[in-house]
Ligand binder design. Sequence first.
Ligand code: TXA
Ligand code: MG
Length: 345
Amino acid sequence: MYENLVRGQTTCLPRGKQQRHSVTMKTKNTTLLEPTAKGIDQAAKTLAAGGLVAFPTETVYGLGADARNGAAVAQVYQAKGRPAFNPLIVHVADLETARRYAIFDKTADRLAAAFWPGPMSLVLPLKDSSVLSGLVTAGLETVAIRIPAHPLAQELLRRFDGPVAAPSANISGQVSPTDPAHVMDGLTGRIDAIVNGGACRVGLESTILLPRAGNVALLRPGGIAVEQIEAVLGVPLLRPQDPETPRSPGQLATHYAPSARVRINARTIRGDELLLGFGQVENAALNLSDTGDLIEAAANLFTCLRRMDDLCRQSSKTTIAVSPVPTGGLGLAINDRLTRAASPE
Ligand code: TXA
Ligand code: MG
């Protein structure tokens, strides 16, 4: 018989932080903000309120959300229609702020000194996994971090005074936007605001680097030429095709998978299982969203999986059973992650 480990149903976020959203996406009134102090101020306030703001960087326009706010980050995926949770780049104003979230070794320090602010992202060990939303790092122990050089991005990050998670501001599968008109074409009605900064200077996404074990792997070629980076390091980069380099950034370190087994679409629980619920279900150890809210469930997903793993370990259970999660909206990406967790490579 199943024993209830935690009495009652407990979602992963403290009560005050839970947000209620409808499953279908409401049309938002998307404001085009002028690149003035007033416009930036409004953009920062929108981010602070959990809203979505597209803003220019020197590479491409980013779709920003407060990286500490899981529900806001979940809505980034929803607005882009991303079918899977890839980790996002965290944008900060300066190195001091970057050090709050990531651990820099000597190589990382050197790269930062040479190329920041600028079109480079560094994948570094996460400093304190409790500060950033688990959805930003997709449950990984690393975080991609970048200090953009664009003056408007800089101003926004300073005014907001916090970490901004931002993938490129396009619908999933379309090319990255380098002009506010591209952002409007794709995302009008889906996001709160766009900071109008005109065309992007570089037009290519940032170069993504992973300093690791004495060398540096190129995860994604981008705005800074490999030759420039190698000149600073004095050694060649591991190239994407190198067998030691992870195949692509999204596939890095494979994906987060709990150590317990995962069984999805569980309607009943077996003796060796703990239930991760969704919606009104009984005997759940934890619940992704007891109101059946997909945005809340996405925001809770990685944190809940980690907690369930701990609970399984403490109670000698082998398996996390997960209630069925519908596949509409963010449910598609949630199911994608759960399916991967249920069948690790
Ligand atoms: O120039 C850029 O990088 C733009 C601007 C807005 O900053 N952003 C951008 O983000 O291109 P996005 O989400 O389209 O691409 C981010 C890439 C993804 O391929 C993701 O897999 C990788 O960064 N990434 C993020 N965090 C990672 C991590 N912890 N480990 C490995 N790869 C990571
Ligand atoms: Mg992109």
